[in-house]
Design a protein around this ligand. Structure first.
Ligand SMILES: NC(=O)c1ccc[n+]([C@@H]2O[C@H](COP(=O)([O-])OP(=O)(O)OC[C@H]3O[C@@H](n4cnc5c(N)ncnc54)[C@H](OP(=O)(O)O)[C@@H]3O)[C@@H](O)[C@H]2O)c1
Length: 265
């Protein structure tokens, strides 16, 4: 089976590295076209990606065609590949916002699987949502699951929940970076050198995430365990609550969901 990528930018580079390193996809199984050829050529040198010379060439050559350009570019790309796709191909889209029905209107009876990965794919820790469109069968979902499991964990999610997943499983990564920077910066203010402070902040986020994931109890119960009566941690927790920490996070998630729905229209 040949897997072809239209757009080989940041996200696809991570996915291709995951696929190549997994050893589950033979040499010669991966091809791609990028508007600026350098990116595809660099991946050819790095991991044997076969460069194609157009969107149409990818659609003709590949059995699985991954659409990985920015969402606003899709309207221009789909007419180019439409003559080369049909029921015997599989379209995989990682573009934010657009629903499977939007592709089906333009690509007739071609099976479509929609995926929302995140950039933690670069370290093999993406969480990726997937759902199938009208013509996608279980074997199509299995093909896509195998691809994205090379860069992290895959969840099959109803399409109506994709916007929520994009916020909780995608944009929230940026929130975590913001939190790490705020924490590191506060450490600098308190006298810890910047790099050390940042490393400590990263380790705490990593450790607390693992503790929560591996624990059978609610995160708030874990928080209570470290809040000694009259102690220091409860002072910090109260300050965050008073300043609206939880409400800010929840409003940010709602803003992402609203914007995602708007972009999909
Ligand atoms: N990055 C993320 O965290 C993330 C997460 C989930 C989903 N996504 C989705 O993944 C897709 C790609 O995002 P990205 O962050 O990887 O963006 P990106 O780095 O900008 O990659 C997009 C690539 O598409 C290329 N391109 C544009 N038009 C093209 C065309 N007609 N044919 C072939 N290649 C074309 C661009 O080429 P140039 O080199 O010429 O610019 C660029 O390399 C988007 O739809 C985004 O919504 C991204």
């Amino acid at each position: 089976m040949i897997y072809g990528f239209i757009g080989v930018g940041n996200m696809v580079s991570a996915i291709l590295r995951g696929m190549a390193q997994s050893g589950r996809f033979p040499q010669g199984a991966l091809c791609g076209y990028n508007r600026t050829p350098d990116k595809a050529l660099a991946l050819q040198a790095e991991m044997g990606l076969m460069p194609c010379d157009s969107e149409r060439a990818v659609a003709e050559r590949a059995d699985v065609v991954v659409l990985a350009v920015k969402p606003q570019m899709l309207e221009g790309v789909l007419p180019k590949i439409a003559p080369a796709v049909g029921p015997d191909k599989l379209i995989v889209t990682i573009a934010a916002g657009k629903e499977t029905g939007w592709y089906e209107e333009r690509l007739k009876e071609t099976p479509v699987v929609r995926v929302m990965p995140n950039i933690n794919a670069r370290v093999g820790l993406s969480v990726s949502a997937l759902c199938g469109g009208r013509w996608a069968r279980p074997e199509h979902l299995a093909i896509v699951r195998e691809m994205f499991e090379t860069v992290g964990t895959v969840y099959q999610v109803e399409e109506r929940l994709f916007s929520a997943f994009s916020a909780i499983g995608g944009a929230s990564g940026a929130f975590v970076h913001l939190y790490i920077d705020a924490l590191a910066s506060a450490g600098v203010q308190a006298g810890i050198p910047r790099l050390l402070s940042q490393e400590i902040a990263c380790r705490v986020v990593e450790g607390s995430a693992r503790l929560t994931a591996e624990s059978a109890v609610h995160p708030i119960a874990l928080m209570d365990q470290v809040c000694s009566p009259g102690g220091t941690t409860i002072e910090g927790v109260h300050t965050l609550k008073r300043l609206g920490f939880e409400s800010a996070v929840q409003q940010a998630v709602r803003a992402v969901i609203e914007k995602d729905k708007l972009l999909g229209q």
